[in-house]
Design a protein around this ligand. Structure first.
Ligand code: RM4
Ligand code: MN
Ligand code: MN
Length: 424
């Protein structure tokens, strides 16, 4: 569904006065507002092609209707999100869930919506119908070199698809590991995985990055071969300068201090990208900021601090992606919520008075340090996030506009009630 410019203009016009009143505080009292607004305008968060349909639980899937049936329809959905919030200008594809049939046409369609292609993702955690050998006992770590070869070739194929689309990174997430103690020789599993990754790394174009995503657990697993940031960091370090660690917020053991992990990886120049989501218990893939917004803010606080320390470009030097999957929400509404939560956390982190924070730290003034952080976290930054959207050509309240246009009903009419998007 296309967003007509008059619909956007009507919506913004109706809300403009109230918005200006809320914004007045920022323009009058916050010297820094313009800097924050500009950074927000530049900051784009990639939408995963697998988040546009309804996700499943381990037991079932409850579709909401109007799901995109093709890659073109997925790009149309992301295009709609981007038209609403002007902050979703990229899409991340999972292969083989979304194989572009005609790369040039796909590129043109993406360009029409103002989208670029973020990291491409390989999949050796499922068997495909036409696949010769099974990944039941792993892929890049498999004891049989023929299975490893197949998995390596698949990753190289994914790079090829990415090159054709103008992507600049490959994300490798493996569900390799073991279910029972004794099943696996940990050292051999590590070495085989490293050797396989080395072959994939060798196939990377010079301006590409390889993201090694870690995950602490899968239900029913005893060990994961890339189980934590330490092992991902090891792989990335051994592979070379184009390899980085990817942090997915849902991939840690409960209560892990993710902000500290982020700070360390950034310092070591090995943080490559992010998969945003939120969770209460496991890899729940819930809406970003829906459970632990303070944690999200603390992570952004480290990101801003660490990136500034290395003079990095916030918008372009790391890969920013959402990785979520839902059963009970309209996926597009959910993604609008996630993007906004990420922007809010980012804006709050930009407000932190870093000079004062450092002074408080050097003076062991714990109370003051906490006050400085919480002052930023408790600031309602929604008016400047909305202002950034407005200036970039988006809607003051994307979710409200999406609903008032009855978008899902239109999508169901256009695509049908029982459509199923590829993915989880
Ligand atoms: C994994 C991991 C990967 C994602 C798959 C679908 O748990 O988060 O990034 O590609 O799920
Ligand atoms: Mn992920
Ligand atoms: Mn995950």
């Amino acid at each position: 569904m296309n967003l007509e410019s008059f619909q956007l203009a009507d919506h913004n016009q109706r809300l403009l006065d109230a918005h200006r009143r809320k914004l007045a505080y920022w323009t009058d009292a916050v010297a820094d507002a313009e800097r924050v607004i500009q950074k927000l305008i530049d900051f784009q968060i990639a939408i995963p092609s697998w988040a546009l349909g309804t996700g499943g639980t381990r037991f079932g899937r409850f579709g909401g209707g109007g799901e995109p049936r093709t890659l073109d329809e997925k790009m149309a959905d992301v295009g709609l999100l981007h038209a609403l919030n002007r902050a979703s200008g990229a899409i991340s594809l999972h292969i083989p869930w979304d194989i572009p049939q005609d790369a040039e046409a796909t590129r043109q369609t993406a360009a029409h919506y103002g989208l670029r292609f973020d990291a491409v993702n390989s999949n050796t955690f499922q068997d495909q119908p036409d696949q010769a050998l099974s990944y039941k006992f792993g892929s890049l770590q498999h004891v049989d070199p023929a299975v490893r070869r197949q998995a390596i070739e698949h990753n190289i194929e994914v790079i090829r698809h990415g090159v054709a689309l103008g992507s600049k990174a490959l994300t490798v997430w493996l569900s390799d590991g073991s279910c029972f103690p004794g099943q696996l020789n940990f050292r051999k599993a590590f070495s085989r995985t490293l050797e396989s990754l080395q072959e994939i790394y060798a196939a990377l174009p010079a301006d590409w990055k390889l993201f090694v995503e870690y995950k602490a657990f899968e239900p029913n697993f005893y060990s994961m071969t890339v189980g934590d940031w330490g092992s991902s960091f090891l792989y990335a370090s051994k592979l070379g300068p184009q390899a980085y660690t990817l942090v997915d917020l849902g991939h840690h053991l409960p209560n892990a201090n993710i902000e500290q992990i982020v700070a360390t990886l950034l310092m070591e120049e090995k943080l490559g990208g992010f998969h945003f989501n939120d969770s209460k218990y496991g890899d729940d893939d819930l809406t970003a900021g829906s459970i632990k917004p303070y944690q999200l803010f603390l992570i952004f606080n480290e990101l801003v601090d660490g990136m500034d320390a290395r003079d990095m470009n916030h918008a372009t030097d790391l890969g920013w992606m959402i990785d979520a999957s839902h059963n009970v929400k309209d996926p597009l509404e959910d993604l609008l919520q996630s993007v906004e939560a990420i922007q809010i956390a980012y804006a709050q982190a930009l407000l932190v008075d870093r000079t004062a924070l450092e002074e408080a730290r050097e003076a062991n003034d714990v109370v003051r340090a906490q006050e400085i952080l919480q002052d930023a976290f408790r600031t309602d930054v929604r008016p400047i996030v909305a202002e950034a959207r407005l200036r970039a050509g988006g809607a003051l309240q994307p979710l409200n506009l999406y609903r008032s246009l009855d978008t899902r009903t239109h999508l169901i009419r256009e695509r049908g009630l029982k459509t199923v998007a590829t993915g989880l």
